[in-house]
Design a protein. Structure first.
Length: 314
């Protein structure tokens, strides 16, 4: 118990320092920067500069954006870039390849790690004590950032804290929905070898299952920090911290590696999307001119009457 408590406090302290230090140290520099421009304005339902964070509607705006995000993110898929589709395909593809089959590749890898590489009583981060320390401490760090921003009038700190809460909530809703739909058994039930049972039995394995909620939630918070502060040192530090936490989820028998990969992809993309589409650090650019523009116009034809015609520009 003492070892678990010590490891949990170390992990929580690392998160606490990253949340407060990165955001507060960069607030002055960010405040003077002009907003970054997204390529165009069409990004799905409930998007547009009017849906961004507003300092005069902090609480109501937060809950309205969380509800809108659940629709906005999937309906924005047609406007995803080639790089976005590459990330999506890589995350989903690797999850399918690793987790399908009996026993699947990720199950075999999990047993290899635990039987060949780790000692039975190895150092752990994620355990009952760790969960009870890390998540409340992380929440306290975000709350402290919010309070500091409100007291000092630092709008960047206030906005960052609220966007972190937004991304965390959206990642929670997404990953729990997927867990209940996939119904996959976790490492705590080794006799089932990570089999998928679908929505009919998803509730039996919850909160375990695919994807990892720990990884999705952690990456959602870190991703908002990374893309808000936009500093190379933070990108490196946050991703290394997330990588270590992801590895510990496998090592501590919480998740299969494919759960971690999918959870990381969800959290990273949700956090980045929230910053780009809900923060005041960005604005929407002009919509590109359509390749084909069609319009219906009335036509008057001498001797034959009238009708409708389609006129197009290419």
């Amino acid at each position: 118990m003492a070892k678990g408590m010590h490891s949990a406090f170390l992990a929580a302290k690392a998160l606490h320092i990253m949340v407060l230090g990165a955001a507060l140290l960069s607030s002055a520099a960010i405040a003077d920067d002009a907003p970054r421009v997204l390529p165009f304005a069409a990004h799905g339902l409930f998007t547009g500069d009017e849906w961004r964070y507003r300092s005069d509607n902090k609480v109501g705006g937060l809950f309205a954006r969380i509800a809108a995000d659940l629709v906005s993110i999937p309906t924005g898929a047609p406007w995803m870039s080639g790089g976005d589709w590459l990330v999506f395909g890589g995350v989903v593809g690797s999850t399918v390849v690793l987790s399908v089959g009996q026993p699947s590749l990720d199950v075999r890898f999990h047993y290899f790690v635990h039987e060949e590489l780790l000692a039975p009583n190895h150092f752990t981060v994620w355990n009952t004590t760790g969960d009870l320390v890390i998540w409340p401490t992380t929440g306290a760090a975000v709350l402290a950032l919010l309070i500091a921003g409100l007291i000092t009038g630092d709008e960047f700190a206030t906005e960052t804290a609220l966007l972190m809460a937004e991304a965390f909530a959206v990642a929670q809703l997404y990953h729990n929905m997927l867990k209940l739909l996939s119904g996959r058994a976790g490492p705590a039930m080794p006799e089932l070898d990570g089999e998928y049972f679908g929505p009919a039995r998803g509730y039996e394995f919850w909160p375990a299952g695919t994807p990892s909620g720990h990884m999705a939630s952690m990456y959602a918070l870190l991703s908002v920090l990374m893309f808000s502060v936009d500093h190379p040192a933070l990108y490196v530090g946050a991703n290394l911290l997330a990588l270590a936490f992801g590895a510990s989820l496998v090592g501590d028998n919480y998740h299969w590696v494919s759960d971690v990969i999918l959870g990381a992809g969800i959290g990273f993309c949700v956090g980045r999307w929230v910053v780009r589409h809900r923060s005041t650090l960005y604005v929407y650019g002009e919509d590109p001119a359509p390749l084909v523009n069609l319009s219906v116009v009335p036509l008057l034809l001498p001797g034959t009457g009238g009708g409708l015609g389609v006129v197009g520009t290419f």
